[in-house]
Design a protein around this ligand. Structure first.
Ligand code: ZN
Length: 215
């Protein structure tokens, strides 16, 4: 199994920040591409449903989409632990759709595994403006450099926060202190701890996830 690492979770953030899943075919092995083309294009909405990914130790480590989860199952990298009631059909077979899968080989998860992207910053900050504390749809949020770029502020996990347009305007090219604004919390990298909180949020929708997430 170790010789054939199908997909590193380290790269998943980058993958997720691409338009969700449309561009994945080219990155699969030939077998994966075949599977992808024959089955996984059938029901786009179902294919985007979230699937909880457990490490070999049953520790929840990730959320992926049905499409990706089925590729991992068909490659023999993971096994299904919980199933949806739905099926997808290829020419010859019906495939039950997983809700929770478990990797067969243990995978070490590095602390910092998410790509720095607008999407992931908004996820980390739960779509909450870090200055006024209000929750907004993604389209009504921007990213604010806490220390402005003009002052040498970098584009990093520690210096980028979700921010509504109103706060962004009133802050302008100043530091929070200068603008009389206070950060809701110190911005941090997207860690496994953050991921787990998000998995729990998503997991509230799916009964089958609960025993793995709430203990
Ligand atoms: Zn605000």
């Amino acid at each position: 199994m170790s010789a054939r690492r199908p997909e590193s979770f380290e790269s998943r953030g980058r993958r997720a920040s691409e338009s969700s899943g449309k561009a994945t075919a080219g990155s699969e092995s030939p077998a994966g591409s075949r599977v992808h083309n024959s089955i996984l294009m059938r029901r786009p909405s179902l294919m985007q449903e979230p699937v909880l990914v457990l490490n070999a130790t049953y520790e929840p480590i990730n959320v992926t989409a049905v499409r990706r989860a089925m590729v991992l199952l068909l490659k023999g990298v993971a096994q299904a632990e919980e199933m949806h009631n739905s099926e997808v059909h290829s020419a010859a077979h019906a495939h039950r759709v997983p809700s929770v899968i478990r990797l067969l080989a243990y995978r070490h998860i590095p602390q910092q595994s998410r790509a720095l992207s607008r999407k992931n910053i908004l996820l980390r900050d739960r779509n909450t403006c870090q200055f006024c504390g209000a929750v907004f749809p993604s389209s009504e949020l921007t990213l604010d450099h806490v220390v402005p770029r003009s002052r040498g502020g970098r584009s990093s996990w520690e210096n980028l926060v979700a921010c509504c347009y109103r706060c962004n305007n009133s802050k302008g090219d100043r530091t929070p202190e200068e603008a009389g604004l206070k950060l809701a919390r110190r911005p941090r990298p997207f860690t496994l701890h953050t991921s787990r909180q998000l998995m729990r949020l998503i997991g509230h929708r799916d009964e089958r996830w609960r025993k793995y997430l709430f203990y």
